[in-house]
Design a protein around this ligand. Sequence first.
Ligand code: ADP
Ligand code: 5GP
Length: 210
Amino acid sequence: MANEKKGMLFVLSSPSGAGKTTLTKKLADHNKNFEISISYTTRKPRPNEINGQDYHFVSRKEFEDLINEKNFYEYANIFDNCYGTLKKSVLDLLYHNKDVLFDIDWQGTKQLKEIKDLSLVTIFILPPNIKILKERLLNRHAGMEKLIEKRMGKFNEEVSHWNDYNYVVVNDNLDSCYKKIMNIILSEKKGQKIKQNYGDIKKMIEKLTK
Ligand code: ADP
Ligand code: 5GP
C-alpha cells in the first residue's frame, strides 16, 4: 500500500488468559509483513511450546547476564519469572522493514514507550467477562487450580493499566476481535488514529473489576 508507514511496533497486552497470544499469532499468520518479537523467559516451556518459536527459554543466570550486558529493550518480573525483549531481535526486524508484534505486559510496554524513535502503537485486550476468562484459563491449564487462582488474582491490578494504552479491545468472538485490531493497525499504518469512546471503556472496566 502506498504511503504506508513501515517498521511499526504493535504491542498487545492483557490480563492473563484474555487472548493476546492467540491474537498475536493470528495477526502474524495472516500478514506476511508482521513478525512476532520472540521474548526471552526463565519460565519453563508449556507442553505445546517450542524453544526459539514461542519463547527463548533460558536459565536465570543467562537472563541476568543479558540484563548486565544491557541487551534488553525491556524486561520484567511476572508471576515469579523473568521476561524480556532483546534489542537486537527488534532492530534486525526493523532493519528488514518488518512490522513487529509484541505480546508483553504493562511493565514492558511502559519501558518501550520511553524509547525514542520507535513508532509504537499499544493495544489492551479485555475478556468479555470474568467467567469467560476463567474458562479460558481452565482450557489452557486443565487441573492447575492454584495457578489459575494466582493469575485471576492479578486481574484487577493488570486491568488498572488500561489507560496507558492507545486502544482497548474486547476479545469476545475471536474473528471480530481480530478484525477490530486489524482495522486499528491498518489505520495507524496510514497515519490515522481510530477514535474510541473512553467513557464507555471506563464503564466496562468498572463492571469487570468491581
Ligand atoms: P493470553 O496470551 O492473553 O494469556 P491466550 O491467547 O493463551 O491468552 O488464550 C487463553 C485461552 O483462551 C487459550 O486456550 C485460547 O485458545 C483461548 N481463547 C483465546 N481467545 C479466545 C476467544 N475469542 N474465544 C474463545 N477462546 C479463546
Ligand atoms: P505467559 O507466561 O503466559 O506466556 O506470559 C505471562 C505474561 O508475560 C504475559 O502478560 C505476557 O504478555 C508477558 N510477557 C511475555 N513476554 C514478555 C516480555 O518480553 N516482556 C514483558 N514485559 N512481558 C512479557
